[in-house]
Design a protein around this ligand. Sequence first.
Ligand SMILES: [Zn+2]
Length: 407
Amino acid sequence: MLLRELLGLEYTRVVDVTFVHDGLLVDVAPTWRRPRCSSCGHACPGYDRQRDRRWRHLDLAGMKFHLRYGTRRVDCPRCGVTVEHLPWADVGSWFTRPFEDHAGYLAQRCDKTTVSKLMRVAWTTVGDLIQRVVARRPAGDLLDGLTHIGVDELSYRRHHEYVTVVVDHIAGRIVWAHKGKNAATLTTFFAELGAARVAKLEAVTIDMSAAYIKAVTEASPQAQIIFDRFHVQRLAQDALDEVRRAEVHAAPAGPARKALKRTRWPLLKRAWNLRDLEVCKLARLTRANRRLFRAYLLKEALAAILDGKQVHVARRKLGEWIGWAARSQLAPFRRLAKTIRTHLDGIVAYVRSRLSNARTEGLNGKARTITRRSYGLHSSSALIALLMLCCSGLKLEPSTLRPGSTH
Ligand SMILES: [Zn+2]
């Protein structure tokens, strides 16, 4: 009786208790007599009984706490031979649900070493069990009522693999994540969303990749495509860096070349973020290398236009910028001018809506931190579970118990 209280698990009775070398081992059984099918939940005739196995439950007074039971298999008229439903754990798990929820709560808030040490489980195991925690969430709610969404990709495993993430700009949370980064991945999202909910989308922020544009236009033609401003600016930074590298290459070896090499980081910063020394370097550049300086001004001007608030002003200035870049005699910027001309509407749409994937920047930063933390998890599904655990507004509570209550 006392142990049942300590266990705090519903529909679970205690059969026996023993102390083992690292804690407490409790033999348990479901309170119902006839086993139930784990797929459909119906009471069915038993088929056979498997060997005893153990489940880790929440620690008791610092001791590890294991449950032991020989799971039965049932002969279900609908599902065939399946393992029985257990009141304390999901099928295939080595942990009780309160243990998993507790670990999930910690994984939302702590670094991986802390979670592993506190729960005394390996980080890869945490990856497995949070997948079950996330899967237990009631389905469907995240994709309801979406109007303004953003699509972004996160790279992991040293940029060899990608996860596509869909963000709800209004609620500020991740609502969907899937392995891959191409049009097919995004099409999967629209298929899951379904025609009725897709029709309610008003705006989608994406980068300027042809694959994403195609997927959005085909699935949701009524939605305004907005190009992510930071992606646009990154293209300008890349063009600037290309010019710089060409200039370094062309410069005669010596101090001039060295000075050019050192301009990389100051050039990429916004003007007001520069430190004094960097300002000096740039000032020298205005005299020393006019081509590179022109490239820098083009990059800065583009960012300044996107800072603007008025749509018609932004459209006019972008037109001027395109002309300037086209005449700049800098090949990377001539190419960028063409790209911007082609995608002008979606770029101007940013100025109108101020929506970008960085609007939810806190979220984006968090997602990237999580991606780094996921180092050591073996699969993209574990990374996706971690993203959904931490960034989708999933509310978990630490597992606590009062006398007489159950988990
Ligand atoms: Zn069944």
